[in-house]
Ligand binder design. Structure first.
Ligand code: XLS
Ligand code: NI
Ligand code: NI
Length: 441
């Protein structure tokens, strides 16, 4: 059901529905058919698509060279609470017109931060009540909430990793409020992206102490939320750099090591973002695979980077080949644990029509849907799986199998090599694998 407030913000646009790839209606899904089953689950269940409040309703396209270009009608009022209510109306109108089941937010996306913590708490509580009503009327759920502990200048030296305890305590207060809000809105998960948790220079940084502080903060947050009855997952969102020169949650492998060291691995999983993966010199599917291998693939922040530059451009996904490789990982590893696909993406600064945000999300959704359908076909009707499995066939029986089971010593391994004929040259067949993806897209 479409939810409009007192006034309609996206006039002339109705519900976006599946019309199939022959449709020439740009405001329709060509591939995303929510009820279509792929490997036993509907697309709706596979993806749990979410709208990111910050990019779609807050960010206006400002960049280091100039101010925003997108003028939002819900930002008109001089009263911050009125702006917050109007923004919530616009957000729920958009989410319900897109037919999404979920949204995600930072505390400060919902209502502007004020000068005092107690005023913030009051304002968040008030807007939270309004959003709860909107959720009830629309059945839209909260995929995850988070605290923005990186924009406020107080965090310039870090939040949980700040060398000043006063700032750490302030971050704790903000995280507690964001947790309270997330729990009260039935949030299914809670995210930590350590925007300022890292360093600009090691010369002035005690890395070991800062990491201990971060472990401490996350443990406290976990204990508090659990005591309030929160059963969802906590997610760490790895990113290697930007804004800090080096961020502590560099990539999936680093974050997993950290979570295990601080004994947080049974409560925390990872939220993998495409553009963060590529900034870390990895591919999206690499990061998904690392997380899935550790049984920590929780959620996805969907976007894409730019091949020609090195920062977080947060563009909407369009690359079928890239997303198909990712969907192969998803389907083979059992999918996302508790999370969904959140469009952490923004339209370009010169996309200034109010329908651009619809085209952007439609494109992202259809890219994921088409990639999922393609991945299913590859797994069901191509040689892909058997080709890959056969590369390891020598471990299925005999000595190879003994090795895998751990029942060979190094001496025994050496003896096998001495007695055996030398290894044959075996092709990795990479180009054949690559062509299979192309064939099924
Ligand atoms: C920034 C991050 C941020 C998180 C939420 O690069 O992607 O948007 O997803 O704090
Ligand atoms: Ni993100
Ligand atoms: Ni990001």
């Amino acid at each position: 059901m479409i939810l409009t407030g007192d006034k309609e913000f996206y006039k002339g646009i109705g519900a976006i529905t599946f019309e199939g790839k022959e449709s020439d209606n740009p405001l329709s899904f060509k591939y995303y058919d929510p009820e279509r089953k792929v490997m036993g689950k509907t697309m709706r269940e596979h993806f749990k698509f979410a709208v990111a409040y910050w990019h779609s309703f807050c960010g206006q396209g400002g960049d280091p060279f100039g101010p925003g270009t997108q003028i939002f009608p819900w930002d008109k009022s001089s009263d911050p609470m009125k702006r917050a209510y109007d923004k919530a109306d616009a957000a729920f109108e958009f989410i319900t017109k897109m037919g999404f089941d979920y949204f995600c937010f930072h505390d400060v996306d919902l209502v502007d931060e004020s000068e005092s913590l107690s005023k913030n708490e009051k304002q968040l509580h008030e807007i939270g009540n309004y959003i709860a009503l909107k959720q009830k009327d629309s059945n839209v759920k909260l995929l995850w909430g988070t605290a923005n502990c990186f924009s406020n200048p107080v965090y310039m030296n870090g939040a949980a990793t700040n060398p000043d305890f006063k700032v750490v305590a302030r971050a704790g207060a903000q995280i507690k409020m964001a947790l309270d809000l997330t729990i009260s809105l039935g949030g299914e998960n809670y995210v930590f992206w350590g925007g300022r948790e890292g360093y600009m220079s090691l010369l002035n940084t005690d890395m070991s102490r800062e990491l201990d502080h971060m472990g401490q903060m996350l443990s406290m947050a976990r204990d508090y939320a659990r005591a309030q009855g929160f059963n969802g997952s906590f997610f760490i969102e790895p990113k290697p750099m930007e804004p800090m020169k080096h961020q502590y949650d560099f990539d999936a492998a680093t974050a997993i090591g950290f979570l295990r060291e601080y004994k947080l691995d049974s409560d925390f999983k990872l939220n993998i973002e495409v553009n963060h993966a590529t900034l870390a010199q990895h591919s999206f599917e690499h990061e998904l695979t690392v997380a899935a291998n550790a049984e920590m693939l929780g959620s996805i922040d969907a976007n894409r980077g730019d091949n020609q530059n090195g920062w977080d451009t947060d563009q909407f996904p369009v690359n079928l080949y890239e997303v198909t490789e990712a969907m192969l990982v998803l389907l083979q590893t059992g999918g996302l644990k508790g999370g969904g696909v959140n469009f952490d993406a923004k339209i370009r600064r010169n996309s200034t029509d109010f329908d651009d945000i619809f085209h952007a999300h439609i494109g992202g959704v259809d890219t994921f849907a088409r990639a999922l359908i393609t991945a299913e076909k590859i797994l069901i009707s191509s040689e892909y799986s058997s080709l890959r499995k056969n590369r390891y066939a020598s471990f299925d029986t005999g000595n190879g199998n003994q090795f895998e089971k751990g029942s060979l010593t190094l001496e025994a391994l050496s003896k096998i090599a001495f007695n055996d004929s030398p290894p044959k040259r075996t092709s990795g067949k990479q180009e054949l694998f690559e062509n299979i993806i192309n064939q099924f897209i």
